[in-house]
Design a protein around this ligand. Structure first.
Ligand code: NAD
Length: 260
């Protein structure tokens, strides 16, 4: 756990980003974008040293207070301990980005119940547990910005990298987001989703065939894969205090690969 002591952020609020340890991931880029927007930053990742590394990097770059803490988002006690540490060390939590996620390309006819459950555990149960721990405080304080990482796979029925389990889990997050937006709106808390297309990170862990990737890029009107900054910018936009009138929406970030 790290907590560089710098003055608190311009917003005097913290943003929690789960899964922001990954060096080339969407979460780390989002932590930077939210810090640039004035939030203190808490990184929660299953990989403790990666979480600490992001926290150090963000504090060094933006001069906000940061904390990197380990937790498996599928474990309620670990989530509780991690969020309690954030509450003790940083400014009140104003934003939450449920970014921790895993994927798998396993075809439906081959998927085991264990693999199906693991995909749902990290993507859906993890988002549920962290949100359930943080949302009450947001509602009590009358301010919150929650963003979920869905995927274009949820909207178009896979066809990128993730299989049926991943598409179903990311679609579950859209229902979760929309219903929660309705419930928490009166408390000043917005709940939105982003649905990225193919973003260049390490989530596919080298399992994406280069020929398949080239074929997918050929079908993207903007002619390239997405970058982590493409996604982080939209999340930071949704997390601004000024974005209050946007709730229950899904922002597509896919270069036009899926227009609907
Ligand atoms: P990534 O693999 O680079 O990062 C995922 C991070 O989540 C890692 O730091 C990992 O340690 C952490 N993590 C995994 N399981 C965890 C757990 N149980 N508890 C806590 N942390 C855990 O992935 P990424 O590409 O940056 O993806 C980030 C999010 O965006 C994911 O939810 C992913 O499904 C979603 N997404 C990615 C893409 C893409 O093309 N990369 C597209 C659409 C959606």
């Amino acid at each position: 756990m790290t907590s560089p002591s710098t003055p608190s952020s311009p917003l005097s609020r913290s943003a929690v980003v789960t899964g922001a340890g990954s060096p080339r991931g969407i979460g780390r880029a989002t932590a930077h974008a939210l810090a640039a927007g004035g939030y203190d930053i808490a990184v929660i990742d299953i990989d403790e040293s990666a979480a600490e590394d992001t926290a150090r990097e963000v504090a060094g770059t933006h001069g906000v207070r940061t904390l990197g803490v380990a937790a498996d988002v599928t474990d309620p006690e670990a989530v509780d301990t991690a969020v309690a540490a954030v509450e003790a060390e940083l400014t009140p939590i104003g934003a939450l980005v449920n970014n921790a996620g895993i994927t798998s390309p396993t075809r439906f006819l081959d998927v085991s119940a264990e693999e199906w459950d693991r995909i749902f555990d990290v993507n859906v149960r993890g988002s549920f547990l962290v949100t359930r721990r943080i949302a009450p405080g947001m509602a009590e304080r009358g301010f919150g910005r929650i963003v979920h990482l869905s995927s274009v796979s949820a909207e178009r029925g896979g066809g990128v990298f993730g299989g049926v389990a991943y598409s179903a889990a990311k679609a579950a997050l859209l229902g979760f987001s929309r219903a929660l937006a309705r419930e928490l709106g009166p408390s000043g808390v917005t709940v939105n989703s982003v649905a990225p297309g193919l973003i260049d990170t390490d989530i596919t862990a080298g399992r994406l065939d280069p020929e398949r990737k080239a074929a997918m890029v050929a079908d993207i009107p903007m002619g390239r894969t997405g970058t982590v900054t493409d996604v982080a910018d939209v999340i930071a936009f949704l997390a601004r205090p000024e974005s209050e009138y946007l709730t229950g929406v899904t922002y597509d970030i896919n270069g036009g690969s899926h227009i609907h």
